[in-house]
Design a protein around this ligand. Structure first.
Ligand code: MG
Ligand code: MG
Length: 258
């Protein structure tokens, strides 16, 4: 199903986008050496509740996970890239952490993810990988607008990731967003321009390039949720929710404060 928001619903989409971005920004600032992933989960839960919003994750039970998820944010560390299940782990200096969050407010969902390094040990290879996902995300957004095709976005994302030297998994990608978290159309992180669904104003899309340093093969952790690189190599993931507007695309998941 593909949902199209009416212009009167756009302010609600902006509100939930800002909420998601502000929670992620807050969690990033609190992710210090020694911070426990379960504390990040609890702080996220409180911020969602205080905002009068609902978690899209806590009861989420798709076919690919050992559901329900039971937590409020995905915390993926180092070789973990997607769907990281929060657990009793204290962050170490140099850990590469990805936080992925989706919440619903007033019936509209926003979904965003950020990767960053904890502490002072900033490995240049990690920084380059994070940068590649952020540039790929920006390229995908730049390709979005009314009349563009999904393949145009996929091609823009994949071109940046490939040029940076990474292989691309097509197992998971971006997606439509609306009253629920995961909707059509699917947005692969590689593709051919001029193909697929034609974008129109009111469509909300989550674009989410993710990569692993030296492989495109995933393995599932014993926890039944966390997806890791098959080689144990490090990983990165960047995601924004955007709204297609009359004259382009608007990023909804930008923080409202520094
Ligand atoms: Mg997400
Ligand atoms: Mg998503």
């Amino acid at each position: 199903m593909i949902e199209i928001l009416s212009p009167t619903q756009l302010p609600r989409a902006r509100a939930v986008g800002a909420l998601v971005a502000d929670i992620l920004r807050s969690m990033k600032s609190r992710s210090a050496v020694g911070t426990n992933l379960l504390d990040i989960d609890a702080w996220t839960h409180k911020m969602i509740t205080d905002a009068g919003a609902e978690s899209c994750y806590v009861d989420y039970a798709p076919s690919f996970g050992r559901g329900p998820f039971g937590h409020f944010i995905c915390t993926s560390v180092n070789d973990a890239v997607l769907h990281g299940l929060p657990h009793d782990y204290a962050l170490a200096d140099g850990d590469l952490l990805t936080l992925d969050l989706a919440v619903s407010l007033d019936g509209v969902v926003a979904d965003s993810a950020i990767s960053f390094i904890v502490g002072a040990k900033q490995d240049p290879a990690d920084l380059a990988m994070i940068d590649a996902t952020e540039r790929a995300l920006a390229a995908g957004i730049a390709a979005a607008g009314p009349g563009a095709r999904i393949g145009d976005l996929s091609h823009a994302i994949g071109t940046v990731l490939s040029a940076a030297g990474y292989s691309i998994s097509t197992q998971f990608g971006g997606h439509g967003v609306g009253s629920t978290m995961h909707q059509d159309p699917h947005i692969s992180n590689t593709g051919r321009p001029g193909r697929g669904y034609t974008l129109r104003p009111g469509l909300l899309l989550a674009l989410e390039p993710w990569i692993m340093a030296d492989t495109d093969e995933l393995i599932t952790d014993e926890d039944g949720w966390t997806l890791r690189s098959a080689t144990g190599s490090r990983t990165a993931h960047s995601e924004h929710t955007i709204a297609i507007t009359e004259d382009g695309a608007e990023i909804l998941t930008l923080p409202t404060r520094p």
